[in-house]
Design a protein around this ligand. Sequence first.
Ligand SMILES: [Zn+2]
Ligand SMILES: [Zn+2]
Length: 465
Amino acid sequence: MEIEFSGAAREVTGSCHILRVNGKSILLDCGMFQGKRSESREKNARLPMPVDRIDAVILSHAHIDHAGRLPYLVNEGYNRTIWATAATRDLCAVMLADSAHIQEKDAEYLERRGQPHAEPLYTMADARATQERVIGVPYHRWFDVSDGVRAQYTDAGHILGSASVVIEAIEQGVTKRLVFSGDIGRDGLAIIRDPEPPTGGADVIICESTYGNRDHESVDGAREHLARVVRETAARGGRILIPSFAVGRTQELVYDLHALRRDDQIPAIPIIIDSPLAIDATSVFAMHPETFDRSEALVRATTKIFDFPLVRFTRDVEESKALNTARGPMIVIAASGMAEAGRILHHLKNGASDPRNTILIVGFQAEHTLGRRIVERRSELRIFGDDVRLAAQVEVVNGYSAHGDRRELRTWLDEVRDGGKESGRTTPRVHLVHGEPDAQDVFAESLRSGGYSVDTPKPGDIRPL
Ligand SMILES: [Zn+2]
Ligand SMILES: [Zn+2]
C-alpha cells in the first residue's frame, strides 16, 4: 500500500495523489495546475498515470485546482467512476463547463496569435461526458471504491459540497486508515457548515497547508467591515465595485448583504450580481439546502437566502453594459476575482476614476494582476488598453478566506489525531500538500515541535501507507 504525490506537491494547484492498494490505483482529485500560462499548459497536458490503469477517482470538491483535469482524463479514455458528494457533482456541472469554455477560448486566442492547431486541453463535450461518470454520495456513508478499499466523506467546511475523505484499505490482512483533508475551511463561514475533522483516527494524513504560515482576520470582522464600506459609499452617492470569484465568495457576499439588510445595518440599495457563472452556481447552492449550516440565523429564517427584493442577477452582456449609465448608489459584484478578466473590467473602467466609488477587495490578489495594482493604490490602471485614473476609494477585507489559517489547520489535525486515541492508534504521519514551500516549511516545523512526524513530498515522491 503506497501513495504517490503527483500534483499540489510543494505548490498549491494541481491537486492529485495516487493511492495504490491490492494492485489497484485510485486518484484523490485530478486538479488543474494554474499559474504561468506556458508552464501550466505543459503540466496539465501530462497525465498523472496511464488512464487505463486508473481504477477510480475520489474527488474532494469542485474547485478547478482539484477537479479541473477530469474532463481531460475522460477525453483520454477514462470510463470508470468519479466519486463526489452530491453538491460537488452538481457544482462540477457548472464549473467544468466554464473551464472548458475558457480552454476553448484560450486555444482560439493562441491560434489567432499565429500558433496553428493550438488544441484546447478539453472541450465542452468532454465536460459533459465527465458529468456522466460522477456518482454523488452523501456525507458519512461508506462507499466501496475497489478491492479492499472503502471511503467516506466528512464536511470540510470550505465551499459548497467540500469534503475531507477517510479511506480504509485492507491488503493481505492489514488494515490502514488514510485521511485526506481536501481544502479545509473555517469555523463561522456563511452558509456552509464548519469543518468536521474525521473521527476514528488515522495512520496517515495528507493535509493541505495553504495558509500554514498565516493568521486571518475573523469572519465576523469581515461582515462588519463590509457593512461600514457599504454605508459610507452609499452616503457619498457612490458605487461599491467588488471583483469576486463567481463560486463561493459571491454567494457569501450576497448572503452577508442579505443578513445586514435584514438587520438594517446597510441602506436599501440595489445589489447587482453581474456574472453568468455566479448565477448558475447560485442555483446549485439553492439546490442543496441539506448542506447549509442550520446554526445560522438567516438559514433558519428563510429558504430564499439568495433571493430578496434588492438583488438582481444580470445574465446578458447588454444588460450588464446598461449598468454603466444607471444612476445612484449600488453594489456590483462581478468576476473575475483578481480583476484579470470578466465583466468587472467594464465596471472598473467606468467607475475607478470617480472618488465617490469604492473598489472593495475581498480575496487574495496575486502579483501582476490588476487586482494587485488596485490594492497597491496605483494612480493609473491599465484597463482594455486605456489608462484609467484611480480616484475611487480602495478597501481590503481579508476575513473572507475560505481556507483555514495555521491555527485552524492545527486544530483540525489535532482533532483527527485525538480521534484515534481510543482505538490505540499512535500519532499519524502527516504529509503536507497544497502549499507554497515557505508556508509548508513554517507549518511543518511547528507541527514537528508539537510531536508530529511531518513530510513535504515533491512531485513523484512515493510513501508507504
Ligand atoms: Zn478549494
Ligand atoms: Zn485547493
